[in-house]
Design a protein around this ligand. Structure first.
Ligand code: 5GP
Ligand code: SF4
Ligand code: MG
Length: 456
């Protein structure tokens, strides 16, 4: 998962990008970068860490110009190295170019091998760098044609923003896996993963890019292209469930409303006889509200979340059990004492956090703990840009609901059905492969091999 942002035609482009990335921080906390242009040169700064720590006023001073793009990076497969932080910036025969990517290419290994055999030298482990090499090798005469030629070679999920000295380009893959939206602020055009980035800088929301759409933005304005073959649209349904911010509008709907509807469906499918409904903050909040309203149960904040949990902290010498979760969440014991609780969360991945939460609630005095999950069991890994663990680590891939309930220590457990999920989300087709294993874009043998090994 990652967040991307771009702005063209603003005197403080880098500063606006910094704010945009700040609003998109939930999409990646591993690293961030900004590349700006003053029309003659590109300027870059990137580092590992959080947006607010990386970009000081001094740093932003050194990113001049009227255009900029930025990226927040999610920790994907291991390597949180600085060279993997985006945007990737290069100089090639036709000048400078930078790119920021949200998504994952499923044929990256094959294309990279082919390029390396022909002499390409890669500087990072990212699949995004492949796109840069393909563009640099293209003989096409226009920037748009070079980008399109490159993107026809790759398969998978990509929402991208490109910046050259004089132009900005935004593209959404033909399936539309990841969101990408267009905004406008006093003559400046904006591209962003989510609308919450527009709200912060006071920009207006224009529209979403369509799956397979490319927009070229320069001094003359904005032009739209549809250069790819039409395929069935499969935006990622997990954006609605977990990734996107609730105040954002993506894939035609407000995320908060969708999550409340998920809670409503969940209440219809799995009601509970209980004294109160509590969310696992923050991800379970809207669904818990929808759940409690549907059943007329009282809604309480029975778990309080610390919003100041940093990356590193000094552990006491004598180990404290469940330190990790305790640091982030603490039960309100006087509220819970002797009560029958429904606890609502958006999803269960490994089950390790949920288990600690259940035991925390019981030790806090709750008489019964009924867990409700506002999505179906996550049984399959994602190959389209979400760092889900391998199949064997997904608790629902190898355990029945009863077995999971026993592991978590709950008095009952209810997951939303796939039908209930589709009903809550409403119109449209979606990727929901992590629930039903039906992958819209086939992935490579090598990746499949990794997964197949888990069945042994
Ligand atoms: P578990 O009980 O599986 O250890 O953790 C469940 C929690 O993980 C839920 O609260 C859910 O919001 C969160 N979660 C779901 N998907 C992801 C993800 O891709 N990354 C992170 N960091 N958390 C996730
Ligand atoms: Fe989203 Fe799941 Fe599809 Fe990945 S597999 S794109 S997380 S719906
Ligand atoms: Mg959560």
């Amino acid at each position: 998962m990652c967040g991307i942002f771009g702005i063209f035609g603003h005197p403080e482009a880098a500063n606006m990008t910094y704010l945009g990335l700040y609003a998109l921080q939930h999409r990646g906390q591993e690293g961030a970068g900004i590349v700006s242009s003053d029309g003659r040169n590109l300027y870059s700064h990137k580092d590992t860490g959080l947006v607010a720590d990386i970009f000081t006023a001094d740093v932003i001073e050194r990113l001049p110009g009227f255009a900029a793009i930025g990226h927040v990076r999610y920790s994907t497969t291991g390597e949180s190295l600085i060279q993997n932080v985006q945007p990737i910036m290069v100089n090639y025969a036709r000048g400078g170019m930078a790119v920021a990517h949200n998504g994952n290419l499923v044929n990256a290994a094959t294309v990279r091998e082919r390029l390396e055999r022909r002499g390409s030298i890669f500087q990072s482990d990212t699949d995004t760098e492949i796109i840069v090499h393909l563009i640099a090798r293209s003989r096409a005469s226009s920037l748009v044609d070079r980008i399109v030629e490159a993107l026809r070679e790759v398969r998978g999920a990509f929402s991208l923003v490109f910046l050259t000295e004089t132009r900005m380009v935004g593209v959404r893959d033909p399936y539309g896996f990841r969101p990408l939206i267009l905004g406008y602020l006093k003559g400046a055009h904006i591209l962003a993963s989510e609308t919450c980035a527009l709200d912060l800088i006071g920009a207006e929301f224009v529209r979403e890019l369509e799956p397979g759409e490319l927009v070229l933005i320069d001094r003359e304005g904005i032009r739209s292209f549809k250069p790819f073959e039409e395929v069935p649209h499969t935006p990622c349904i997990f954006e609605f469930i977990y990734f996107a911010r609730p105040d954002s509008f993506i894939f035609g709907r407000n995320v908060y409303e969708v999550r409340k509807d998920l809670g409503r469906s969940l209440a219809e499918e799995h009601p509970a006889d209980a004294d109160m409904v509590i969310p696992v903050p923050d991800s379970g909040v809207p669904a818990a509200i929808g759940y409690s309203q549907t059943l007329g149960l009282s809604y309480e904040m029975g778990l309080i979340r610390s919003h100041y949990v940093g990356r590193t902290f000094i552990e006491p010498k004598q180990s404290i059990r469940h330190f990790g979760v305790k640091l982030k969440l603490n039960p309100v014991k006087d509220l819970l004492k002797g009560k029958r609780i429904v606890v609502v969360d958006d999803s269960i991945v490994r089950g390790t956090t949920s288990r600690k939460i259940v035991s925390m609630l019981k030790r806090g005095g709750a008489r019964e703990v009924h867990m409700r999950i506002a999505s179906p069991p996550t049984c399959y890994p994602c190959f389209y840009g979400i760092d889900t663990p391998t199949r064997c680590e997904l608790i629902a891939s190898s355990h029945s609901i009863d077995e999971i309930a026993r592991y978590l220590g709950t008095d009952s457990l209810g997951y939303l059905s796939i039908e209930g999920l589709m009903d809550a989300v409403g119109e449209g087709t979606y990727c929901k492969a992590c629930f039903d294993g039906s992958y819209p874009v086939p992935f490579e043998r090598s990746q499949e091999g990794d997964q197949m090994a888990l069945f042994r």
